[in-house]
Design a protein. Sequence first.
Lengths: 388, 261, 445, 269
Amino acid sequence: MVMESQGLARVREIYHDRSHRVKQLKAAGEKVIGYFCVYPVLEMLTALNLVPYRVFGDMREPITKADSCLPTVVCPFIRSALDLGLKGKYDFLDGVVMAHVCEVGEKTAHIWNLYLNPPYFHFIDTPHTVHKAAQKQHKELLKDFEKTLELFTGKELSPGRLREAIEAHNQQRALVRELYNLRKPDPPLISGTETLQVMVALMSLPVEEGNKLLRQVINEVKGRKDGLQKKTRLLIWGSIIDDVALIEMIEGLGANLVMDDTCVGSRFYFPDVELTDDPLDGLAYRYLVELKCPRTFREAVFGETKKDYMADLDSRFSYLKEYAREWNVNGVILQSVRYCDIHGYEVPQVKDYLDSIGLPSIYLEHDYSEAALAPLRTRVQAFLEVIS
Amino acid sequence: MAWFMGIDIGSVTSKGAITKDGKLLVAYHLLPSGANYRAVAQRLREELLARAGLSPQEITYTIATGYGAGSVSFSDEQVADIRCCARGTSSLFPSARTVIDIQGMSSQVIRLDEEGQVTNFVVSEKCAAGSGRFLEIIANVLRINLNDIGPLSLKSKNPITFTTGCAVFGESEAISRVAEGISKEDILAGVHMALASKLSALIDRVGLEEQCAISGGGGVNVGLIRSLEEKLGIQLLVPPQPQLITALGAAIMAEEKQKGI
Amino acid sequence: MTNEKKRTINRLKTMYPLRALLDEMYKGNIEASKAGKPTAWCMVTFWEGDVILKAMDVESVYPENYGAVCAAFGAAPAYLDRSDADGFPTHMCGYARNCLGYTARMMDLGEIPPGAPMGGMPKPILLLSSGSLCDAHYKWFQALGRYLDAPVWTMELPLPGVKESRIEGAYEHNIGFMVAELREFVTFLERLLSKKMDWDKLDELIDDMIEMNRVWYEINELRKARPCPMHSRDFWSSMSGSLYPSGDLKVSVDLYRKMYDEVKYRVDNNIGALPIEEKYRLLFLELPPWHSLGFFNQLAERGWNFVVESWSYHPPQPIDLTKVSDPLERIARFTYQWLTGRFPDAFNAGEWGGYSAYPYLEYAQDYQCDGALLHPLVTCRTATNHLMLVQDRLMKKLKIPSLVVEGDIVDLKLFDPVDALRKAETFEETMNHYKKVRRQEGLEW
Amino acid sequence: MTKVVIMDVDGGICARVVGPTGAEHRRLANRVMEEALEQANLSFDEISYVIATGYGRLNVPFADRQITELTCHARGVVSLFPAVRIAIDIGGQDAKGLKIKEGKLIDFVMNDKCAAGTGRFLEVIAAALGVKLEELGEISLKSTNKVKISNTCTIFAQQEVISYISKGIPLEDIVAGLHDAITSRVVKMVRRLKIEPDVVFTGGVAKNIGVVYAMKENLGCEVLVPEEPLFTGAIGAAILGKELTLGAMSKGEPIPRKERRLEEITFFS
Ligand SMILES: Nc1ncnc2c1ncn2[C@@H]1O[C@H](COP(=O)(O)OP(=O)(O)O)[C@@H](O)[C@H]1O
Ligand SMILES: Nc1ncnc2c1ncn2[C@@H]1O[C@H](COP(=O)(O)OP(=O)(O)O)[C@@H](O)[C@H]1O
Ligand code: SF4
Ligand code: SF4
Ligand code: SF4
């Protein structure tokens, strides 16, 4: 009998060989569905016994195949993910779900469907606003999603199973928040690098298995004696970070990343789904309105005919102030992959907001390539020198 | 019997060829381009005619191509170098479907059909680090004759990795590596690898199809060829005079034009 | 205009008054604003919002078009610098950055910056952005909030996938979504302007708009003829009439009808857009290099005719909307047709690229194209995202090659006409080659 | 270039030496240091604290601490021009823009990827023209009709320049064109920081009066240049060293020095 490693050791194992576990499950007859970004509704997959598996890129692998169907002036994360797909690295997926996160995400969805032709594919045309009409439309779209899922699995999605799935995922969200609380002490009990590894591991496992692993991790981290040292405490905001390279670099320069607002972190896990009479209502609301990604347009007070920039900023970003207070943050790193319009347009506004609450920040733009991170070192180091 | 002339005024080297009916090469010549393209074109023409033993009137049609094609006063027509390169390649290797052309200022990758017609192509940016010029610069700081850099680099066991993508900074990097006691062959092999990986990114944009040939000054360099072959995992078709391919192609096109093909 | 004199392209006479509409629009905006009329800055909402604004007597100004104007007048660099300085990453849409810089200057000065081309864009009471096609559209207007206190309305537009569009009920819930959106927008406008919508006026405006686009559609159908009677340059000069409808729509309808007559006359008399033989018929994607249009004249001298271009600037294939009584539903169905009209065919062809790639496969066949000229733009993702896909589909399905010539919408130096011409010359060979291949594969028209 | 500044406890500069950086950072740093000690008439042991900065800062074996050139530059510039808001530094290896608010560095931009747009551009081309770097500035001031350099790449620009010479274009017009080319590249980058006066221009290239002139023209505002633009970073490093030392002493803590290993010090014997 091989002893299963536990807690953080198991997390590291999964992080370094992400697909190992789902491939085992697949061999045992389960179906694995890949998803991009945070908008596909995972509860619906779980409820039908499909294993959700988040699709990432690989910062260490040069992009060679994707250039034949995507130009080089688009988000290198998406290019990298598609590249891996075209290289056959996601062939084990039984299906893929993508949402209309951003324009290049939408284009890539259709390219994926056309070129990789997975047995199951669905595109959710998530609306761009939180208007009432958009919320209603979103529910309709989830019904469409339900139809294709049912067709694919040959099973019916029962409200009861869906409720159980929501509970399991909410459980995971609660556990993640608990883990994040362990980053509040100074020094934090768990590093930013480790936290990201935990997040990646969770996105590579069925939800119940992830919950079990999370409990082990939390217990282990709580009991830590010889943990981290006190250092400058940072929050990181921005586009997707699915590899520890950037975080490791920042922490290696003498900082503790104690909080994040990215989609392989709090952005994905913090909001719960409300258990409504029709579970689709709660899901439609959470995934459109509660997820706080800049891809969704929102204004201070919807339908208001007057506008006030600072009030608008406050309503959009006040959660960052909360984070900064609760996690006792000294500075913020704003980062985005190059060519991400969604985050690019947001940067000056987030910066204005942080300035207004007196939190220093720096903006880093990177190419989603491990090799190209080096020039950022000096910038981060100088930032740390300035704020400490 | 009719004769045709192709003149390729490159940024570094000017090349000329005379062919006769049936695309047979009868004379060729190379000269450094220098600063005065007009003068070098004249000298090239005189030398070519002398070698072929012909008078200017005996040349039926002349095509000029390359960076300085506009300075060739005696040409009948100018044609894009990409086309000439494809035609020249095809005349030597009818099976070639891709050619990598490495010149002094930029590089290009061309896909072609069985008749030497261009079916797709990409041209690199004008950055010295992505062209043959990078090699000249490094050869120069290492005080090695350009002719020797290829053979020497083949002896390398531990090629260095360049940390910069700029030819100018690359030059300094090479100098400090020399100072650190790194061997010249390892540095040269490193440059070849750096260039090969830039080229392979270019190739990816049009897709590689075997058979693949190499042309331009870069094709003279066995070290670069080796690095490219390793990077691409294929064996390249190497013409006997790679630098001359475009001029040869120009002469062949002169024949086609004259015959209205 | 020296190029025009050489007559390398037979320009349509009826194009000039349509082109003049655009200039009149800028003049009209300024005058209207001086007269106290409210102005909205609009993103091309593709037929959705503009008529509604018109019905409410709000002037629309199009900052995207103004970006092109600033670039052409050489005014863009100063505005771009300003937006760069304000921290907007430089890889983002040049038109957006131009507009952000312009607005920052305007708000600093408290008036339209002196020297602004075409008299500038007057300060708006509303920003009407759009969720259609391009992310920059709504993120850019949201970012304008930094300078302007004007409210932003983001107009939703569904963009389904080809397969998803066919799920039972999807068509109707998408239409329902659009109608609900438009209704909410009308309510908002009524509150903003403290006046009621004139539904009859709206009804008539929408009919005019639909009729204008129908005529415009028919004109473009005529371009399938050999030789093609109308060059893309004429298309670009006249498309603003339908994309940025300004002034009296009845006037525009009339201008398009006249254009139809002229093009029809050419077809009937075998007159092509080129004075010389039409050797190659080309498809162009997407935004042309506005500052280097002379390049097309040089290509015309080589026998290149540009016979069709970006689908998104083309009107939808007409459908019968006379039975739809709710004017808002009429716009919704009209717009949805524009987006998804070709989806049933795309579905049958197994082309999941949907509206971003499939229309070009149809165009290339219907207009009998020999090649495509693709113009990727460094700072416009929307005009670039799908180009590689289109290139690949055209080649795979129809053996039609594409020539890629890079450029930008504001950094005009990026387009290198000399280099482009060198590539074009080479590309003729490529087109010849594939003509043969198509013939062999039975694809040749 | 490698620069050394030795500062006394009152902020007075006791020594200031510049030497080439060359290929072997380590040995050369030692040599320049030795020279500076000589100038100041001090022994190495008498130096309380050594801070190394710049591109080669990790290659200074005798430093107590490494701090990025961005922080040191900002500190140095502020000490010379307290009202500075934007500092532009063009060196041989990189070019950077610093945004400073109330004496603190708040943002910056940097290019170290492409030699065009750094001082290296001028070095390479001056060498090709056979003109000394120190002379470029004066020469360019005579220009009446500067040329437009169409190549971005340093290497090809060099070639372009040579062809201008052979065409008989006056040297001053060419040099002025070069200054314009490098300045507009750097300014384009620095604009991202939103330029507001006072603007200070430092680094070796600021010694070139022609570039200073082009900079003013490009920015459309006054540009301040320190008397010794080369030393700004080193001065900043010295100030930071002084502050660290005094800070530790006032709290009665030991100076946070690294153990200076003996074999390294023997370099100085
Ligand atoms: N004898 C040689 N050995 C190795 N490389 C060479 C040799 N001669 C030229 N080259 C390479 O060829 C390049 C010039 O190629 P060429 O095709 O002649 O350029 P161009 O057409 O721009 O003049 C040089 O930069 C150099 O890298
Ligand atoms: N006396 C001088 N006159 C004009 N330019 C100079 C002079 N000395 C140095 N330079 C310029 O300064 C650059 C070096 O600047 P420096 O700040 O020392 O750079 P680094 O610190 O990167 O070595 C050179 O590339 C050169 O262009
Ligand atoms: S990083 Fe930006 S561009 Fe890339 S997928 Fe995410 S939102 Fe889209
Ligand atoms: S990115 Fe392109 S489509 Fe989008 S706003 Fe800019 S110019 Fe228009
Ligand atoms: S990176 Fe270097 S080689 Fe390339 S363009 Fe810049 S200066 Fe030239």
